[in-house]
Design a protein around this ligand. Structure first.
Ligand SMILES: O=C[C@H](O)COP(=O)(O)O
Length: 252
């Protein structure tokens, strides 16, 4: 049986549509230097996902550091007439290690389907970028006791990519009602869904995949979430915009 202790902790900051050259410089240096000073990288993989225009800046400031970086989205297309899209090969030019796919804000605001999310994950993998597949239920889903059914439906096209592909992914469980609201899922609520995701992964031979929790994670609640058996780290939004808070989550 796999335990949390066999999987390395992973904490990813999703900056969403925040930042500027000047603000990023301060934040990145704070994270980079803080990681080296605290040794946080010795027990946690740490990454940041800025908006696309700042990938060049991030790759320059973090070059040679223990902090990796990724994108908040990726196209499933290789190249061509897809205005506004960014391909996995372009992300490779900036040494992205990660690509978020299927974040609830993309699903809700841009109508992304779970099938499209799977295609995006596949495109990232084709360029050796680790997709971080986000899933999560709305408050209405939860109130109607549909949480696990929603998670299963969101995961299904991704799991259909097969054991080999899924073993190279990360899954992030982010209940929509907890994102940016200050309403964190309790460790027990999160663990229940993580255990379900773990069972789904186990069923295809991918039980060692890291499963992150996201939704109002802060330094104050990170340790209790990380203590749960199937929570392997966090996908952090608002708290990732403050270097000290983000580092305190990584070291919680
Ligand atoms: O990707 C990150 C999540 O949407 C969580 O955002 P939050 O930490 O601001 O709630």
């Amino acid at each position: 049986m796999t335990t949390a202790k066999t999987r390395q902790r992973l904490v990813i900051g999703n900056w969403k549509m925040n930042g500027s050259l000047a603000a990023n410089e301060v934040l990145l240096k704070g994270i980079r230097d803080g990681v080296e000073n605290t040794g946080a990288h010795n027990h946690c993989i740490i990454a940041v996902c800025p908006s696309f225009p700042y990938l060049a800046q991030v790759s320059q400031v973090l070059a040679g550091s223990s902090v990796s970086w990724g994108a908040q989205d990726v196209s499933w297309q290789e190249s061509g007439a897809f205005t506004g899209e960014v391909s996995a090969s372009m992300l490779n030019d900036f040494n992205c290690a990660w690509a978020l796919v299927g974040h609830s804000e993309r699903r809700a605001l841009h109508g992304e389907t779970s099938e499209q999310v799977a295609l995006k994950a596949q495109a990232a993998l084709a360029h050796n970028i680790t997709p971080v597949v986000c899933v999560g239920e709305t408050l209405q889903d939860r109130e109607q006791e549909k949480t696990l059914a929603v998670i299963q439906a969101q995961l299904a096209p991704v799991l259909a990519l097969g054991e080999q592909a899924v073993n190279k992914m990360v899954i992030a469980y982010e209940p929509v009602w907890a994102i940016g609201t200050g309403l964190t899922a309790s460790p027990e609520q999160a663990q229940e869904v993580h255990a379900y995701i773990r069972a789904q992964l186990n069923a295809i031979g991918a039980g060692n995949v890291q499963v992150l929790y996201g939704g109002s994670v802060k330094a104050a609640n990170a340790a209790s979430l990380f203590a749960m058996a199937d929570i392997d780290g966090a996908l952090v939004g608002g708290a990732a915009l403050v270097a000290e808070e983000f580092l305190n989550i990584a070291t919680a």
